[in-house]
Write a protein that binds this ligand. Structure first.
Ligand SMILES: [Zn+2]
Length: 244
């Protein structure tokens, strides 16, 4: 790469701003067409004009579910390759693009549900762990799965002992079921092992641990939300929605 001081930069409205992009949608959890809402282009070239490129900064909206996200698309005159044009059959030069999405979208990990009854400490731990996993930070993701269990113990006033004892106390208090306790002990060992060694956790193990944590939160707070709803319903505080 050229020295920064030899590069001329100019910022303009993106000339391709009407172009649709196939991007991963965090809500649809697959690639969908996205329409550009706003876009700026940072064009650059070397002083001798031998190498040029651009970075497009876009705000895009999914055509399916209307989720809005940010995206950066970069290319450069060095990223070229030759391929046959499917319409004309002629060999042509194409330029490959590097696409980064913000926040990072990674459909390998289940998107955690949030519940009314979920304390903010759990919501924060969950959001940070999910970001670490989706952002390809496996060690932080592994530590986060353990942190969520620690936080669940803390908000249930279980603060004494090691994590093994705390998980047993959660089951004893009736916060989690016996089968959930067995599962959490496996996640506990997983988080423990991976944080205290230099090995990077395997993706398949992380996916399983994260899935277990999502099941745990659904089972604890989903049940609480449903119980609260029917309690309010029986006291006439909420009305069921009319059938269409
Ligand atoms: Zn979507």
């Amino acid at each position: 790469m050229e020295n920064e001081s030899n590069i001329k930069i100019n910022l303009t409205q993106n000339p391709d701003s009407n172009k649709k992009h196939r991007l991963l949608c965090a809500s649809c959890r697959r690639k969908t067409n996205h329409t550009t809402q706003q876009s700026l282009r940072r064009g650059w070239e070397t002083d001798d004009s031998h190498i040029a490129g651009y970075d497009d900064f876009l705000i895009v909206k999914c055509d399916g579910c209307e989720t809005v996200q940010f995206c950066q698309i970069s290319s450069c005159s060095e990223y070229y390759y030759s391929a046959e044009n499917p319409q004309t059959g002629e060999m042509e030069t194409y330029y490959s693009e590097k696409i980064d999405q913000y926040p990072a979208v990674n459909t390998s990990y289940e998107k955690p549900s949030t519940f009314h009854s979920m304390p903010s400490e759990i919501k924060d731990a969950c959001a940070e762990t999910y970001s670490a996993l989706c952002g390809d930070l496996p060690k932080l993701g592994a530590a986060g799965t353990r942190l969520i269990i620690e936080t669940l113990c803390l908000v249930n006033n279980i603060g004494n002992g090691n994590l093994k004892q705390k998980i047993n106390a959660l089951a004893k208090k009736g916060v989690i079921t016996g089968s959930m306790r067995t599962m959490l002990h496996k996640v506990r060992l997983f988080g423990n092992d991976k944080l205290h060694t230099t090995a990077t956790p395997k993706k398949v193990d992380l996916e399983q641990a994260w899935s277990a944590v999502c099941n745990l939160l659904r089972s604890v707070y989903g049940t609480k939300d449903t119980t609260a709803y029917f309690k309010a319903f029986s006291q006439d505080k909420v009305k069921p929605k009319a059938d269409k």
